[in-house]
Structure formats: C-alpha cells, structure tokens
Write a new protein. Structure first.
Ligand code: ADP
Ligand code: ADP
Length: 226
C-alpha cells in the first residue's frame, strides 16, 4: 500500500501560473522516490504541497490512510529538509533538533534520549551545544536532517538538500543520506535537478517537465536506455 499517494494533484498559483498538473504518484512505504527535472518544472511546488506548505488546487493527497488536502503542515506527520537548512541561529544544535518534539510537548527525558540518539547517528554528539553559525556546511545539513528524522515522520521530504555544499561534501553527504534512509526505512521524497543524485539515491525516479510527469522508473531503466 502506498504511504504517500498523489492522485491528479495540480497547482495553479493565484497569478494563473500552472506549476503542476494531473500528477499521479504512489510512493510505497520505505521507498526513496526522487523527483527530478529542470529548474521551474514544478518539483518544489509538488514537494511543498505534500508538506502542506502550499495549497493544493486539484486532486487528492493521501498520507498513510488519511486524505490530508486540508490538513495543516504541522498535523501532517511529514518532515521537510530545506535547501537553506532554515536552522534557528539563536538555538544550540540540541535545541534545533529538539524543536519539533518540544512543540509536541513530549516528556523531557524522551526528548533528550531521542535527540542524543539522532545526534549519534549523524555524528553530531560533540556539537550538541554549539550554535549553527559555528558549524561547517555539512554539519548544518546534518542538523537539518536530524531535526526532521527525530520526529519519526511518516514521510521525509528533502528539497535539494545538498545544493549549498561543495562537490566533495556533496558526494559524502549523498552517501550518508542513502545510508540513513535505508537504516531508518523511512518513506522519502527527494527533489533535485541533478541526475547523478537521482540515479544514486532513488529506488525510483519521477521525471517532471513543465509540471507534467513524464515517467517514473527505477534509475537503471531511465538512464541506461540505448
Ligand atoms: P522547480 O522546483 O522545479 O524549480 P517550482 O515548483 O519552483 O519549480 O516552480 C514551478 C513553476 O511555478 C515555475 O514556473 C515558477 O516560476 C512558478 N512558481 C513558483 N512559485 C510561484 C509563486 N509563488 N507564484 C507564481 N508562480 C510560481
Ligand atoms: P527553486 O529553484 O529552489 O524552486 P526558486 O528560486 O525558483 O527556488 O524560488 C524561490 C521562491 O520564490 C519560492 O518560494 C517560490 O515559491 C518563489 N517563486 C518562484 N517563482 C515565482 C514566481 N514566478 N512568482 C512568485 N514567486 C515565485
């Protein structure tokens, strides 16, 4: 059964721009789906609709068993990692990671345990008391991922998370994302315009062009055509 199901999803912005049209995608539990395509093809819009950050103008979005078209972002049980990291500069790494759990008023003890386990997984244990500005780009990216996975969401959404890193770090973080996703088995939707990323990360790759889905297939089928 699909964990995230987009049925005929469309988005027309108030100025009349049709960014996404008739998008059908079934993302299986534990699957790593990459949404790829050139700049302006609607990838970010599609992801933001799944996250609840952009209103859906047509179609039906199901997460788990629930239709969530009208469910606000904070009640959707998805976690998003942004290109810009969007960390809170005045909070420590620990508090950045804990933020979503504190909002949900989890017991302090549980928050501490979960934050420390995630920090361990991401190699951030020694940095828990530092501020984001004192971290490298790769470390900031790990904090952003930690903040998302600590919530144990039903779906993990990433919008070009590696685009602000240099080439070497990008390769390293790509491997880490891959390992992390497989370890956690979390359903993931990952947006990129980079075909190498799509090919190395995705169980399946969905190709968008001008807001319309062109094809969905495992990477070896998409990129090894004669
Ligand atoms: P991508 O992520 O693939 O670069 P986007 O989803 O950002 O594509 O954009 C898809 C299309 O929607 C583009 O034509 C873009 O200019 C347009 N668009 C994005 N955001 C808005 C907005 N807030 N208002 C109007 N048009 C928008
Ligand atoms: P990306 O390439 O990562 O999709 P962009 O630089 O295209 O990002 O867009 C950055 C922001 O500007 C987004 O919030 C997007 O919704 C908005 N945006 C993009 N295109 C338009 C547009 N034509 N009109 C209004 N807002 C837009």
């Amino acid at each position: 059964m699909a964990q995230v199901r987009l049925s005929g999803i469309g988005k027309t912005y108030p100025d009349g721009t049709s960014a996404v049209a008739g998008l059908d995608l079934d993302i299986a539990e534990g699957e790593f789906l990459v949404l790829v395509g050139p700049s302006g093809c609607g990838k970010t819009t599609a992801l933001r609709m799944v996250a609840g950050l952009e209103e859906i103008t047509s179609g039906t979005l199901t997460i788990g068993e629930r239709v969530v078209n009208r469910t606000p972002a904070r009640d959707r049980d998805v976690a998003m990692v942004f290109q810009s990291y969007a960390l809170y500069p005045h909070l420590s790494v620990r508090d950045n990671i804990a933020f979503g759990l504190q909002l949900r008023k989890l017991p302090k003890r549980e928050i501490k345990q979960r934050v420390e386990a995630v920090a361990e997984t991401l190699g951030l244990t020694e940095h828990l008391d530092r501020r984001p500005r004192n971290l490298s780009g790769g470390q900031r990216q790990r904090v952003a991922m930690g903040r998302a996975i600590v919530r144990q969401p039903q779906a993990f959404l990433m919008d070009e998370p590696l685009s602000n890193l240099d080439a070497k770090l990008r390769v390293q973080m790509r491997a880490e994302i891959s390992r992390l996703q497989r370890d956690l088995g979390v359903t993931t939707v990952y947006v990129t315009h980079d075909q190498v990323e799509a090919m190395t990360l995705g169980d399946r790759v969905a190709v968008l062009k001008k807001g319309v889905l062109q094809q969905v297939a495992p990477p070896q089928e998409l990129y090894n055509r004669p």
